[in-house]
Each structure stands twice: as C-alpha cells, then as structure tokens.
Design a protein around this ligand. Structure first.
Ligand SMILES: [Zn+2]
Length: 144
C-alpha cells in the first residue's frame, strides 16, 4: 500500500481512537505510517545508496520484484517483539496497534504474490536464503 493510503487510513483510525486513548494516539500514528522506513533501510543496504528519491522511485516501479528482500518491520518476529514489549510498556501496545493496522492491508493487497510468506518472517527468509539459495533466488525472480 502506498504511503499516502497508509497516511489517510492511519489518520482516520487515529481520529476514531482519539477519544479513547488521547495523546497516546501519536504512537499509533508514528508506527502506522512510518514502519515503511524498513523499505528505505533495505534499499540503502542493498544498493548502498542513501538517496531517498532513488529509493521511492525504486519501489514505485516495483523494483523489488526481482530481488530477494525483507522488510524487517513487516515481519512476524517484529510483531511478536512489540507484543512482548507491550506487556511491560504501554507505548508498545499503541505501536502494536499502528503496526498491525499497517501490515494487514499490506498483506491483503499482496496476498497473491508468492513472496509474501517469505517476506512475512525473518527466520523463514533466512532459512530459504541460506539453505536453498539458488532455488530461492530463481523462484523469487520467476514468481514475483
Ligand atoms: Zn508497509
């Protein structure tokens, strides 16, 4: 989902939740909108290019389709860590709401892509990458 759609949907959620959680809505907003920063981080690591305009252009052109990629804040492991932290710190509960609200539409809109299960788990991503590297890369390129 695009940044603009995440911004609009998360803002609507925040307005709806504001009467219940007041200023803590900022955590929902920040996590719901900005967890896509992981796409930029991946781009920087992959291409050694810090230019954010190049990164945006890369993803707008679906430039990640032929590269194995993992977006760390969109993984189950990240959600589990945030959930565990939410048991101890209130802020993480609101970060969890924003993150889940962000990730669910991302997954639903990309559910037909075979890369989604791989991208949804850091452990699975590295398992597939390390143990079946050539097959993994070939499948990724031909199916995504
Ligand atoms: Zn996203």
């Amino acid at each position: 989902m695009t940044f603009k759609r995440h911004f609009i949907s998360t803002t609507i959620l925040s307005v709806a939740l504001f009467p219940l959680i007041k200023y803590r809505i900022l955590w929902v907003l920040i996590s719901g909108i900005f967890i896509d920063i992981d796409h930029y981080l991946w781009y920087v690591i992959r291409y050694n290019d810090w230019n954010i305009k190049h990164a945006v252009k890369h993803f707008e052109s679906d430039g990640n389709a032929d590269d194995p990629s993992i977006f760390i804040f969109h993984t189950m492991e990240f959600i589990v860590i945030i959930f565990i932290l939410s048991l101890f710190y209130d802020a993480f509960f609101y970060i969890l709401i924003g993150a889940v609200f962000h990730i669910i539409p991302d997954i639903l809109l990309a559910k037909d892509k075979p890369s989604v299960p791989i991208r949804s788990s850091l452990i699975y991503f590295f398992y597939k990458g390390l143990h079946k590297k050539s097959e993994f890369l070939a499948n990724w390129k031909s199916n995504d």
